[in-house]
Design a protein around this ligand. Sequence first.
Ligand code: ADP
Length: 612
Amino acid sequence: MQFEFKTESKRLMDLMIHSIYTNHEIFLRELISNASDAIDKAFIEGGRGNLLLPEAGEYKIRISSNKEDRTITIEDNGIGMTEAELIDNLGTIASSGSLNFKQNLTDEETAELIGQFGVGFYAGFMVANKVIVETKSRRDGNSSKWTSEGIEGYDIDVSDKSNPGTVVTLYLKENDDDYDYSELLNESQLKHLIEKYSNYIRYPIVLASGEEENTINSMVPLWRKNKSELSDSDYEEFYRQNHYGYGSPLATIHQSIEGVISFKSLMFVPEKAPLDYYAPEYEKGLSLYSSGVMIMDKCPELLADYFSFIQGVVDSEDISLNISREMLQQNRQLQVIAKRINDKIKEELLLMQINNRDKYNEFFDQFGRQLKFGIYSTFGMAKDIIQDLLVFHWSGSDKPITLKEYLGKMAPDQDKIYYANGDSREKINRLPQVKRMLERDYPVLFFYEDIDEFTIKTMHAFDSKEFVSVQSQDDLWLSDKEKESKEELNKTHIDILDQIKKALNNKVVSVVASDDLGEEPSCLTAKGEISIEMEKILKQAPEGHRLNAEKVLEVNVNHPAFNKLSSIEPDNKEDFEAVSRVLYQQARMLEGLEVEDPVQFTNDIWSLIKGE
Ligand code: ADP
């Protein structure tokens, strides 16, 4: 029967075949990795007793080549596939459906995309123009055959394959100017590729040479080796092989714990967040092994939510091979392991923060949001664990700082941590509320992300220093003397301030006079718990919260606009209202709020210009 590939599969295959992604060699690694996964699955399901029993012989992966036919075969005695699974697994790319990748990708994007999907089975088409998969499922005992010559589609037929497992046969392309495919048929080359890419696969990979079969790989899983035996490139290869990322990890954590509970773990901080990292479908977890045998592909209990970006494996002889998923959740051993693992991750991240700040900033760009969310979503319970890991942009330089570092930058008379919200450094720097803090030599944290303010509101304080928005109306930064003189100033102008408030029709809760706004005629601050930034965010939420910040308009008494207001004749209400509205609307713009009525705003400005 003939089938067509799903659209996304076609595109990915097309990318693979005409690939700019030039590392053809990895096809073997991908197919061996699938074979190894298939044996894992046979193990896991076999343990539960609902499979056709595996035959007595050892599990293994067998590689052979045939120069006359120009074929390479990769054979395993793993779980196999039913006909439906063949269609599901090889006719579509599992994760691509939800991801719409764009047209015209750059080389780097292609590499990234391929890396993220894991090149997988389709990598075969990088070297072959025809692929045959013959398989017998341990689940239903039936055999089927899948044949494809590329993008057009594939055929499915019955097969007489007698032993369970899967054989993938690649019919190599003809050599061309770019690549010598024939080279891959040489045993020495296949041996080289197995050693290079698949040395730590746990099952024997045998290379068939005539009647002889030689096991090529070392089989000891990487994480069971001593750190001293391993090089950076060993770790990196393992990282790529498992599709944790496509380049080099930002950090590698290899832990070996002996004690009441013993375990080994090998974890990575990926260099980039996966495409679906911030999507609900993303699954956190580490692969869990018991004495070298996989129990579970992704065990979520091992990772705290705020460390959900960590990839890797944990292997412990203290976890029973037959433990069920449900039992795991209450398993005390597992909880102890999880605690040690999460402590270790924090320790490693702190080390990176201290020893390699540039790298740490790269890390934080990718995953900092998850850490901040960790504080917010646990209602502050994870604050003590996470707060030292946070870094924020700030007024002093374009390199982010930790909260502890901020404390070290505070002015002698400063006892609060100040922050400002805005889209960018440029915009925040222009805010008069920020400028007046800088006049005082008070450093200001710059919040660009919507989560930032929610996070620090949950924390409330750091090292007993309260967080205060410079865009709030609390004037917490003023000394008693300054407060007095501000009150004085407001008394002097009370009539005109009242008039402005009336002219604005209660759009603001009050209008106050300021003499420290520099060159700006006015600005908006908020009273109470809800900041202007939060108002913006809440409005975007799907439930469409209608919570508004209590806005206060500050007008600069030293600005010509204020002089203008003061000089308008009492009976010229129109002009007075127009100036008031312009002061208010442009203060909104400074805060990144929209102009409420652009037509009126334009009319106001023109009427004022004409009136001059
Ligand atoms: P991935 O391995 O990342 O899931 P692949 O494209 O490599 O993606 O493979 C798709 C699916 O096909 C696998 O998840 C697996 O279910 C199935 N598969 C591939 N190769 C084999 C095999 N040798 N034995 C059994 N199933 C396989």
